[in-house]
Write a protein that binds this ligand. Structure first.
Ligand code: ADP
Ligand code: ADP
Length: 225
């Protein structure tokens, strides 16, 4: 079967990570989250992590030269040969152009850009209540909308749940501004390429997942004709 090269696009808190965790189970493609990669670098106290941290804490984008090389190398790895699911990248047109050039070199193309739409006020509610597993950041919860069975403990591996440093109201507002100014222009960018697919992120995580799966099934069917 042909490869599925996907991007998850949407504001912070739209549910990109939540959907990525599910889609990864369906399609066995690597979930490539720039945020998770950067946070791992911060935790390991690497030079890159130290450089990135101040931008992340302020809710600003980490400079392109740090991010682009990291992602281009990642999609060329073996496990991404049959497809990938990018989450949090690209976040501006420079990154999108760099990705397009890298894919062209590899003689590959994007299958779809999955846009999850959610209004700003919902973003604030979601991020303020988000909790993530300290051991595996793909395990995502919400104190109200998707609580763990035991308070503060990950259902899947029993590790502690934590709140991200940047999930504080003031930083959330700044991240939203950055999204609207720098990332939202990618909606028109990918729409004009004909690869954009829109999803109503206000639906439940299960419903969004069902709709994305249906869209991807149709895409794959179209490709076989
Ligand atoms: P993103 O990766 O886009 O920043 P996440 O997947 O981390 O978003 O989700 C942000 C928060 O919203 C998490 O606490 C998650 O549990 C919750 N969430 C995700 N999808 C939904 C949904 N469809 N309805 C309600 N809450 C959701
Ligand atoms: P969100 O839950 O908002 O989708 P992420 O985990 O994707 O958050 O990103 C957290 C932070 O990491 C961002 O606010 C930004 O500082 C940095 N970051 C992640 N991806 C990128 C990127 N592609 N370009 C620049 N900075 C990034």
């Amino acid at each position: 079967m042909s490869e599925l090269n996907l991007i998850l696009l949407g504001p912070p808190g739209a549910g990109k990570g939540t959907q990525a965790e599910r889609l990864q189970g369906d399609f066995r493609m690597p979930h490539i989250s720039t945020g998770d990669m950067l946070r791992a670098q911060v935790a390991a106290e690497t030079e890159l992590g130290q450089e990135a941290q101040r931008y992340m804490t302020a809710g600003e984008l980490v400079p392109d030269e740090v991010i682009i090389g990291m992602i281009i190398a990642r999609i060329a790895e073996d496990d991404a040969r049959d497809g990938f699911l990018l989450d949090g990248f690209p976040r501006n047109t420079e990154q999108a152009d760099a990705l397009a050039a890298a894919l062209e070199k590899l003689d590959r193309r994007l299958s779809a850009v999955l846009l999850i739409e959610v209004p700003d006020e919902e973003v604030v509610r979601r991020l303020a209540g988000r909790r993530v597993c300290v051991k595996n950041p793909s395990h995502i919860y919400h104190v109200e909308f998707d609580p763990p069975k035991r308070d503060g403990v990950c259902d899947q591996d029993g590790a502690r749940l934590i709140q991200r440093d940047d999930d504080q109201e003031e930083t959330i507002r700044r991240r939203l501004e950055v999204y609207h100014a720098q990332t939202a222009p990618l909606i028109a960018y990918y729409d004009s390429d004909g690869v954009l697919r829109r999803f109503d992120g206000l639906r439940s995580a299960d419903e969004v997942h069902d709709r994305i799966r249906a869209t991807l099934a149709t895409l794959r069917l179209e490709e076989t004709f």
